[in-house]
Write a protein that binds this ligand. Structure first.
Ligand code: 0X9
Ligand code: ZN
Length: 371
């Protein structure tokens, strides 16, 4: 259904892989097409001073209206996994192209704040286009010890960083964890964005290749406290992928489904930020699948990815966030009691037309459930 452009006879952007400039151009094209829905912003800069760009897709929100739960979709932490960029951009395009035309997509854009970081590793991604198609890490310059270049960004996040066998201390390794957690500007930018986005509730970090839907933990084989919910969601994602054209994805925690990974993004988003964090290993037989595999990958994963939006839209509201800072905390209670004491109509919590005891009871109940 993201094919409106094709129907209009425009060239198919997903027919082949796209170099860094073309990805940025496409983001700007989306923003120009729907400036009411799309906003591009910079979350940080790389070692080589390239911007790390994010794109927010959500319907206009009236001043004072509740915060929306946010979903973060990022791709190409690993520079050579080009197909992840294309798959991620397809999700963005599907939201932009179908907004206002299809009630399912319209609802998702009205109720959820979607954040895309299509290229988390711009230096590495550029390097794969100019120098080495199979480069994986970022481009942290020498001198690292032994003059080796690059850190594996998916070993540099701060949850149980460097633990056990899930990452390498050797700067020459493709899984080098870096000198400290968040030593790299790319992971630090993503962390800072997460910290500045308290409404963030779900995340997917797209990789290739292995046909997997993965969730926490990567650092240990023990089940996470939310293993049951992760399994239900992960199974539903795999079912949706299978329903499209029969492709079978395996589902499970990173550690037991692929291998031990410490300092990975999924463990950070879940373990430190309390976010429902998933990761794909997309379909393909190599890090360089033929361009003919872009569209199948993008199409078959779309509705699985959108499940995260359906889930957070239903589960998280910010109704009891009285001061609209996207967190439920003590200040909301204080502000509500003040409004209530003043007889302010804003304290008519059950919208009955009168600010009375039932409003106070409903607010407290809601607040306790939402915090
Ligand atoms: O080693 C990794 O970081 C991932 N495999 S990859 O081939 N994409 O490099 C495995 C880590 C867990 N998988 C994901 N987070 N997708
Ligand atoms: Zn990867």
């Amino acid at each position: 259904r993201a094919l409106a452009a094709l129907a209009r006879g425009e060239p198919d952007w997903w027919a082949d892989y796209k170099p860094p400039e073309a990805v940025i151009d496409k983001m700007h094209e989306m923003q120009a097409r729907r400036p009411d829905l799309v906003e591009i912003f910079e979350i940080g800069r790389t070692w080589q001073d390239r911007p790390i760009l994010a794109m927010r897709i959500t319907a206009p929100r009236a001043d004072g209206s509740p915060c929306r739960p946010a979903v973060l979709l990022n791709s190409v932490q690993h520079a050579r996994e080009w197909i992840s960029v294309m798959v991620n951009m397809w999700v963005a395009e599907s939201l932009v192209a179908n907004y206002g035309a299809d009630p399912y997509y319209t609802d998702l854009v009205d109720r959820v704040e979607w954040i895309f970081v299509p290229v988390v590793n711009p230096d590495g991604y550029a390097f794969t286009w100019t120098n080495n198609r199979y480069w994986r890490k970022n481009r942290r310059p020498a001198p690292t010890p032994n003059g080796r270049i690059g850190v594996d960004l998916n070993r540099n996040w701060g949850h149980m960083w460097g633990f056990g066998s899930g990452a390498s201390t050797n700067p020459g390794s493709d899984t080098y964890m870096g000198p400290s957690a968040f030593s790299e500007p790319e992971t630090a930018a993503m962390r800072d964005f997460a910290l500045a986005t308290p409404q963030l509730r779900a995340h997917n970090d797209m990789h290739s290749y292995s046909e997997m839907v993965l969730f926490p933990w990567g650092w240990t084989g023990l089940a996470s406290p939310d293993h049951g919910t992760f399994s239900l969601l992960g199974d539903e994602m795999a079912d949706r992928i299978r329903d499209y054209r029969g492709r079978s994805y395996s589902v499970g925690p990173i550690y037991t489904t692929i291998y031990p990974v410490s300092g990975g993004s999924v463990d950070y988003f879940y373990g430190d930020r309390g976010v429902w964090s998933f990761s794909y290993e997309l379909y393909g037989n190599s890090f360089n699948p033929s361009p003919a595999q872009i569209r199948p990958n993008a199409e078959e994963t779309l509705s699985a990815t959108l499940l995260l939006g359906e889930f957070v839209a239903d589960r998280y509201t910010f109704r009891a966030d009285v001061n609209r800072d996207c967190v439920h905390n003590f200040y909301d209670v204080r502000d509500f009691i003040r409004l209530y004491g003043e007889g302010d109509p804003a304290a008519d919590y059950d919208a009955s037309g009168a600010a009375d005891f039932l409003d106070f009871a409903a607010f407290i109940q809601d607040f306790i459930e939402r915090r």
